[in-house]
Write a protein that binds this ligand. Structure first.
Ligand code: WTA
Length: 693
């Protein structure tokens, strides 16, 4: 890529000839043509794509039917209603039997320890998925049942999710970094009839006793009169019941039943408890299971999975996606945004517990018959070259990661990167939060050796797939801009009164038309779905993000404009952190705001008002941090907690977080304070500020 020096002060990066050659969308003109087709004739555009997949029966209703305007009736979105298919069939059977990809590697699995690795082909994955689908059926799981999955980044996680899909069960994957409380809350919300977990795993050199956290969650569910039924446990670390002795049969897992070389696994000594009424070992069930399993044919609009994301009231929202549209959209975005070619080796570093892992480590790549790397570990273990070492080891061509990881690795300079050649890399990507130009340039210059375009992909759990994104050859890049809408996406920028702004503008980012993988509802709470996304501006899907459009029409996401925080690319709501703090006996009131952080992007700065008789000291601060960690998970640990004898409030008693944000940053300009009920608290808050980095 060559910076365009003709544009003074604003570098634009054009694709190098080797990126353009053979690209699916070779230039901007072609992008515009395809984009127009996709928005003017969505039925035709997506209809042609649908032909590449297997449908058991054709649709009975319209190709697309929807209402985005609540003033005209109930919000609904339906793509290809009445058509039946099975995503697992399309991802595995179709690739094995029709595309002859049975022996192609689906995943190179790289464990936390570098010597711990294995691979699984499409054929092997299909066998494992069929076996586990039969296990689920034998456990009484039926179409529409919800299954909770709380697992580390191991191949069995993909096996479990696709086995659910094969029998029409709805998976609800909970990120393995969440606490027992968070897991319990998610199990209860969607009434999951089964929990699948693992004994434990290592994050760097830190052991995580996952089974113990899962046990705790099951106990908490029981206290609230809900029984999870069974808990199926993958023996990943090789922990034996109760004794905690290491078990040398720890390679005895799904992977070792495959034709790939058995995985070399380290065995560790983690203590776990075993409740024979509830717990069942995965390998005991898999031993007897048949590897043939007829898929359940599902309607295009049947639910596919639920994935929880933070909501501004503090209660997480179970975002529900459906079969047909999600398949089309994740497959298509994967193909075009990463300009996928059959020989590519693709690596998305996201955990499957987040939407990025769902769409771009599982569904999108598998729908294209791609080979992916799945990584269990962290970028800094055993050393800060780990990413680059893995890229060389598997000859990764396409690398998709988060700005927070880039900023973390930037800190260590160029040497750890340059120890490895990274010669295989063609395309880079980022996701999760705005990328600052400095990190973009480091990623581009150092990691990509100035030859790999960076796909800055803006999207959300709710959107299911990329919304605003460059395409490698077609769209010249500007560092920090997510550039243009993907096919079928019609963005608009609105002002506070809901008027669409043209040309150069800044305001609310909304979408005017449905795309195939838009969420269909919040599980069990349709009303909340309608009011969260469609009530503020009638006729539009509201993202909750702010956005700027420059004179060239490029979109720049400016970040959340609701009560949401983005810590290391993970969304948290101020309300959920505050309610965790308030549960501590010492806390009368709490308010949380975001504070800039060099690596995490944003971090949590909390203000607490104490009850009478409690003293604000280091012990209390540590207790409060633990409290949040326990209630939500380590990602939500506050960086700063400040004593706030009084909080700035409006006359109606609403906390003015805008003012607290300025105090946290030591910014004296507080903007409009006319609605502030009692200005005297401000000076004291400034005096009590935490010393921030
Ligand atoms: C933010 C993650 C700027 C945004 C896929 C969004 C981004 C939220 C970008 C969704 C990006 C994601 N540039 N901001 N490229 N990608 N975001 O649901 O605030 O975990 O609303 O989905 O992340 O987070 P979620």
């Amino acid at each position: 890529m060559i910076p365009d020096k003709t544009l003074v002060g604003k570098d634009v990066y054009h694709a190098a000839p080797e990126v353009v050659e053979g690209a699916h969308v070779p230039n901007f003109q072609k992008y515009k043509e395809l984009y127009s087709q996709s928005t003017e004739k969505p039925e035709e555009f997506w209809g042609n794509i649908a032909k590449e997949f297997y449908w058991k029966t054709p649709r009975t209703g319209k190709f697309l039917d929807y209402n985005f305007d609540h003033t005209k009736g109930k919000i609904f979105i339906r793509w290809m209603e009445g058509a039946t298919t099975n995503i697992c069939y399309n991802l595995l059977d179709r690739n094995v039997h029709e595309k002859n990809l049975g022996d192609k590697v689906a995943y190179y699995w790289e464990g936390n320890d570098p010597e711990d690795c294995m691979q699984v082909t499409y054929k092997e994955l299909l066998q494992q998925v069929c076996k586990f689908a039969n296990v689920l059926r034998a456990q009484g799981v039926k179409k529409g049942d919800r299954i909770s999955i709380y697992m580390p980044m191991i191949i069995e996680l993909v096996v479990v999710m696709l086995a659910c899909v094969r029998i029409g069960a709805i998976h609800s994957i909970v990120f393995a970094g969440f606490s027992a409380d968070s897991l319990c809350e998610r199990i209860l919300d969607s009434h999951c009839s089964l929990l699948i977990t693992a004994d434990g795993f290592y994050r760097g050199d830190k052991p995580i006793n996952l089974k113990q956290i899962a046990d705790e969650a099951i106990r908490k569910c029981r206290e609230r009169n809900f029984s999870v039924g069974k808990c199926i446990v993958v023996k990943h670390l090789g922990v034996t019941e109760a004794t905690g002795a290491t078990d040398e049969t720890c390679t005895d897992r799904a992977s070792s039943n495959t034709q790939s070389p058995p995985a070399k696994r380290s065995c560790y000594n983690l203590q776990t408890t075993w409740n024979a009424d509830v717990d069942i070992w995965w390998h005991d069930l898999m031993k007897e299971a048949s590897d043939k399993c007829e898929p359940e044919w599902c309607d295009s609009e049947d639910p596919l999975f639920i994935l929880y994301t933070s909501g501004s009231t503090g209660k997480p929202k179970g975002v529900q996606h459906t079969v047909g549209g999600y398949l089309l959209y994740t497959a298509t975005t994967f193909k075009y945004v990463f300009d996928y070619k059959p020989d590519d080796v693709y690596w998305c570093t996201a955990d499957i517990g987040w939407i990025t892992g769902h769409s771009y480590l599982a569904y999108g790549p598998l729908a294209n018959g791609a080979t992916s790397v799945m990584f269990e570990g962290i970028p800094t273990y055993p050393n800060v070259s780990r990413f680059w070492e893995i890229i060389d080891k598997y000859k990764v061509t396409t690398f998709y990661t988060a700005p927070t990881a880039i900023r973390l690795l930037m800190k260590y300079g160029e040497d750890p990167v340059k120890k490895f050649s990274r010669a295989s890399l063609k395309i880079l990507g980022t996701v999760g939060e705005p990328i600052n130009p400095e990190a973009w340039l480091w990623y581009y210059n150092v990691v990509g050796n100035r030859k790999c375009p960076i796909m800055d992909t803006f999207w959300q759990t709710e959107t299911g797939g990329h919304m605003m994104t460059p395409l490698p050859a077609a769209i010249p890049l500007k560092p920090g801009s997510a550039t243009f809408p993907f096919f079928g996406v019609v963005p608009a920028i609105l002002n506070e009164s809901g008027e669409e702004l043209e040309g150069e503008a800044e305001g609310y980012l909304v979408f005017k038309k449905p795309w195939p993988s838009i969420m269909r509802t919040i599980y069990g709470n349709y009303q909340r779905f309608e009011s969260t996304y469609f009530k503020k501006f009638a006729g539009y899907f509201v993202t909750g993000d702010g956005c700027k459009r420059d004179k060239d029409g490029y979109y720049w996401i400016t970040g959340r404009i609701d009560d949401m925080l983005n810590v290391s690319g993970h969304l948290l709501s101020t309300a959920e952190v505050e309610s965790a703090l308030i549960e501590h006996a010492a806390v009368a009131e709490a308010a949380t705001v975001s504070h800039p952080h060099a690596i995490k992007g944003e971090c949590l700065y909390c203000f607490v008002t104490l009850r009478d008789g409690y003293e604000f000291n280091e012990t209390l601060i540590a207790e409060l941090k633990d409290q949040v960690r326990e209630k939500i998970g380590p990602i939500a640990t506050p960086d700063y907690i400040q004593n706030a004898p009084g909080l700035p409030k409006t006359r109606s008693g609403k906390i003015m977080r805008r003012i607290l944000r300025q105090i946290a940053r030591n910014e004296k300009d507080l903007g409009d304070t006319s609605t502030l009920a009692d200005g005297t608290v401000i000076e004291e808050l400034f005096n009590n500020r935490c010393r921030t980095a």
